[in-house]
Design a protein around this ligand. Sequence first.
Ligand code: MTE
Ligand code: HPA
Ligand code: MOS
Length: 762
Amino acid sequence: MSDLSRRPAAAVVGETVPHESAALHVTGRALYTDDLVARTKGVLHAWPVQSPHAHARVTGLRAEPAYDVPGVVRVLTADDVPGLNDSGTKHDEPLFPAEVMYHGQVVCWVLAETLEAARRGASAVDVDYEPLSALLTIREAIDADSFQGVRPTAGHGDVEAALARAAHVFEGETEMAGQEHFYLETQASLADVDDAGQVFVQSSTQHPSETQEVVAHVLDLAAHQVTVQCLRMGGGFGGKEVQANGYAAVAALGAALTGRPVRVRLNRTQDITMTGKRHGFHATWRVGFDDDGHLVALDTLLTSDGGWSLDLSEAVLARAICHVDNTYWIPDVRIRGRIAKTHKTSQTAFRGFGGPQGMLVLEDVLGRCAPLLGIDPLDLRRRNFYVEGQETPYGQPVRHAARAATAWDQVLDGADVAARAREIADFNTAHEHTKRGLGVTPVKFGISFNFTPLNQAGALVHVYKDGSVLVNHGGTEMGQGLHTKMLQVAATALGVPLSRVRLAPTRTDKVPNTSATAASSSADLNGGAVKDACEQIRDRLVEVDAGRGLPWEQLVAEAYLERVSLFAAGYYRTEGLHWDADTFRGTPFKYFAYGVAAAEVEVDGFTGAYRTRRVDIVHDVGDSLSPLVDLGQIEGGFVQGAGWLTLEDLRWDTSDGEQRGRVTTQAASTYKLPSFSEMPEVFNVTMLERAHEEGAVYGSKAVGEPPLMLALSVREALRQACGAFGPAGRAVDLASPATPEAVYWALDAARLAAGMREPAGA
Ligand code: MTE
Ligand code: HPA
Ligand code: MOS
């Protein structure tokens, strides 16, 4: 292959083009998995029987009453599974459980002619439970010593010795909530079986190959008997990286048993009560600084809330551990991690994949310690940035460290931060009951899957005799613009206009053994594969042309007549990676994506309500493959992060009552998502210039997840504003999410410390 990162003069990559499905999205014509139901004859509908207990043994199950409901065709139970009764690849999550491990877990499924008949059938199924005790919080799990999976440690140096000699040592705890994905399209699949017993599953999945693998093991089939297709997703955000598999398996099992197409599509309540979320985390920490505010040492123990099964929790924890350092050099550091096992949904991938949780810990530490050190939090952060070549706690030298500093300076300049800080101070002096705050935070996010083997991808490119081009690749489209970028890559590599290239839906029979569309790496990986396939074809065409400079269509026609192959399979793997999971050391990331955000908020002292007045972002996307797509990813990622940190308050019933373990935030009415009214009033996004990334496809960088963590700036701005209600030099503890209620308690504590009001009850 030619140089991966070099961009030809007339490149379609880098052009500002709309998302390839934008017109279909906005006109409602875009087809999603469940839209296919209306186009399919004889579909059976599935409804789950959900557990009313967080933890219980299933002591009896009578399906017969369901068959008395008109329209009910089949009840699926554990006895019907010809293969492995498990919905994952770790084999710790039975599809039809004998012991339910969370409130809402599905015990069995009812298939019927209509959705309503399936629903009524499900309520007729008679299940006996023997309730058992349930752990619902990280603290309860810690007290009960309930953990699952590995317990890694990363670090370098001698933490104890460093803490002993540090001029200033602080310790504390940091806790943060999880997050519901709330993709617009809930989990969906539609399966059918042909005359030879081959299974075809349409699934809203980020990982068609693993969906194929799970369907195959449930049905006891070989992989080549199962084909999975993903048309597109109405959002995945990590929630469909593995969690789509079980629903695809249920649809496929139903189709295999009835010989009819079976549709599984969760309604919103089912989706929220059944599927995993971002992991909440708890951290304890001790930190040391010298007199100049340089980090001397950090010792931290992260505990994530994994829920009832392992799922991706180990990989999420690994990424969390690898992101505690963010952009900061810590000479002596130890980061330990463990995964609590609780009786909740199995928490899973969510944009950032543990990175946000890891980063929040040290940003929280810096935000809380800055006033105690008497150093402005902006200075404290900037002072501790990595310099080129220093090693992360997992042993990877930091390359392009200066980009964080460049982005930082650019944000401070462009957003006029120094002048605005003075204005804010004046405003706060003048206003007793309203305070403003400014937060600036950096992001350094490692790009590649931590687990090295996943960093490979394939593509299949066809050029037809008329010169039109069809591209297949292993990645899925979930709104992030991957297909748009792949079209641009193919057009660039072949040297044809964008209009000559079409992209086909993702299918396991076109490109096998793919990795999940995840880790923000899909454009890097699939882009490398598409480019490889296109260049094989182009090289053959160059020979046919033999310097004549024929127009594309003529060249293709001539190549066909000369019996030159016009299609190719492309392959790409990321070079230079290695990772030792046992020592937790290596070079897991190809490169880092950098960014910096400055956020300004205004907080109302009577209610804790706040608004985001202004946000300025400088973000590093390398040489952008598709500027409009990248802009959307930066804005969307930031807003989703701000939702996690300030609005979205995921709750479970932790009482000892009947409802213990039930997710109580089951709808948009009780789970507050960001909407237009929470958008920053001024929102400036700039892409870092002269940011060409050597060794990545056309010099570009991954963008899907990193901007989410820029939202930490909003949290730090809120902390500053709360602090302004109290005396200087006082640490402000702020809960996460920093809902208006949490902000109120933080500012009220500050006010109390300032003696501005009597303590309650005095
Ligand atoms: N953007 C949209 N619109 N919808 C999504 O579901 N998922 C995010 C991000 N951006 C997502 C999104 C997540 S979690 C990841 S890992 C990346 O997109 C995956 O796509 P990529 O590898 O092509 O960046
Ligand atoms: N991100 C997303 N998914 C993953 C990862 C990761 O880093 N590692 C394994 N699966
Ligand atoms: Mo994204 S959390 O890696 O699907």
